[in-house]
Design a protein around this ligand. Structure first.
Ligand code: NAD
Length: 267
């Protein structure tokens, strides 16, 4: 088994990364950051998002494991004081894994070649200084004309991130679906949107065709792109998945409860 360690720049993560390196080496596990089968991230959800971006061309061969050096994250199951247990789990690895859906994003530009992206959490399209106006298609059918600050299209695992902050529903990650949530839509007697989040099934797709402008803020997870002449963005569930090594079962609703409610939750 070949393992990569991907840590953030924080002092604690660097220290835990070194400790992990030593423990893996002592256990005769090969460290290979170029062609790993397991990627262990050390940091928070943001670190996992960065590792996902770094290794996204090789997702079919990789399983991810997240160690958190701060508070419990959504993609980080192991505490930094559990590294020895993690190494023991790696030694008895029998390829257990769990797959989650990703967002396939294709952007057409007025002035450049189309581009494709993969998102683990979400993609947003926003316009900050002025109202964003965009036609929203579900499948090939025009659904509505959106006016407001922007739209957030998320995966099920991303539903607890930005999507939740803008009033989207939390979706269990075993449901292969896409969610579109509005960011400050304008609704009055003249302008009308559905005004609630929309969840579309795995065989459907969402297309945004904004009115021509160059002052959009377009995001894919942590990456932000400015000043692009966007003609259309097509969102669908990707054929790729992200795969997590499943050495322990972390109940999704328990995780949601711990992160957002904080009451005792019995499994
Ligand atoms: P960051 O440092 O600004 O952290 C954002 C927070 O989102 C962190 O607490 C992180 O743990 C949490 N988070 C990330 N993915 C999550 C998930 N799937 N479920 C629940 N919480 C999650 O930025 P970052 O760590 O680089 O993460 C980038 C993410 O931040 C984006 O993908 C987006 O989802 C989120 N974000 C949220 C808002 C908002 O809620 N208003 C705004 C911008 C970005």
């Amino acid at each position: 088994m070949k393992v990569a360690i991907f840590e953030n720049d924080g002092e604690k993560s660097q220290k835990v990364g070194k400790e992990l390196y030593q423990k893996l080496t002592d256990a005769h596990i090969v460290i290979d950051n170029s062609h790993p089968e397991i990627v262990i991230t050390v940091g928070g959800d943001g670190t996992l998002l960065s590792a996902f971006k770094h290794y996204q061309d090789n997702l079919e061969n990789i399983r991810f494991v997240g160690v958190h050096t701060g508070h419990l994250g959504f993609y980080t199951d192991w505490r930094d004081d559990e590294i020895s247990d993690l190494v023991t789990s790696l030694q008895s690895d029998n390829k257990q894994s769990i797959n989650y859906p990703l967002l396939d994003v294709k952007v057409d530009y007025f002035d450049a070649e189309s581009e494709k992206f993969l998102a683990l959490n979400e993609s947003t399209l926003k316009r900050i200084n002025n109202t964003m106006v965009t036609d929203v298609y579900i499948g090939d059918q025009l659904f509505e004309k959106f006016r407001g600050d922007g739209l957030c299209i998320s995966t099920p695992t991303g539903s607890t991130a930005y999507n939740k902050s803008v009033g989207g529903a939390v979706i269990h990650p075993e449901l292969e679906s896409l969610q579109m949530a509005e960011i400050a839509s304008i609704n009055n007697r003249v302008f009308r949107t559905l005004s609630s989040p929309v969840i579309v099934a795995s065989n459907d797709w969402i297309t945004l065709k904004p009115t021509q402008s160059s002052d959009f803020v377009f995001s894919i997870d942590q990456e932000i792109y400015h000043n692009r002449q966007i003609k259309a963005i097509k969102y669908k569930i990707a054929k790729e998945h992200i795969c997590f090594a499943k050495y322990r079962h972390n109940n999704f609703w328990k995780r949601v409860n711990e992160a957002f409610i904080g009451s005792d939750y019995a499994d």
